[in-house]
Design a binder for this molecule. Sequence first.
Ligand code: 5RP
Length: 220
Amino acid sequence: MTQDEMKFTVAQAALEYVVKDTIIGVGTGSTANFFIDVLAKMKNDIKGAVASSKATAQRLKSHGIKVFNLNEVVAISVYIDGADESDDALNLIKGGGGALTREKIVAAVADQFICIADESKLVTIMGNFPLPVEVIPMASNYIKNQIIQRIGGTPTVRKDFITDNGNLILDIKDLKITNPKAMEIELNNITGVVTNGLFANRGADVLLLGMSNGVKIVTA
Ligand code: 5RP
């Protein structure tokens, strides 16, 4: 199975977790795109979706799926999204596509977070994938220096990229994340950080992992 076939397979498996007659949350990225495309089959079974990015909103609408603003909904039954890395406790690194802040907000509101990913994303210790941090542009140099002093690693501004919220992304390379919950909090405590791509204090509830022989269901 190719990586794309694994992503497609987990996207299909995630349909089982869609709660009928509710509003669901939908993530961003290539795996989430596979999910949106298969969700189209059951668009009449849900009330609609809250999108974690402008790109996702556009794709949902292109399939005729109703998109709600978060402020107009009372609850989100389930959030379905990909990840850049997951450990076996279902702490995640997200934000490779730069949508981490809206993703984290939608995940916070949702009753359940189902992460969909191919097998390459499961790691023992996270940090091989550069950790994204969304920052207010005027603070990027200050934050870079604070990260070096307080966290370590090598932060660099993502080139030619502005988030949906009008901010910059710093990608931190050379990290070995042994305590994801503490690092998530420490990074968010730096003034000017909007949020970071560690989803540890609110990690996934279920990881659907695409393997060459099918889908593995991992729970924390
Ligand atoms: C976007 C994300 C994505 O979920 C993450 O980058 C995984 O992407 P893909 O499904 O394309 O591998 O966090 O901000």
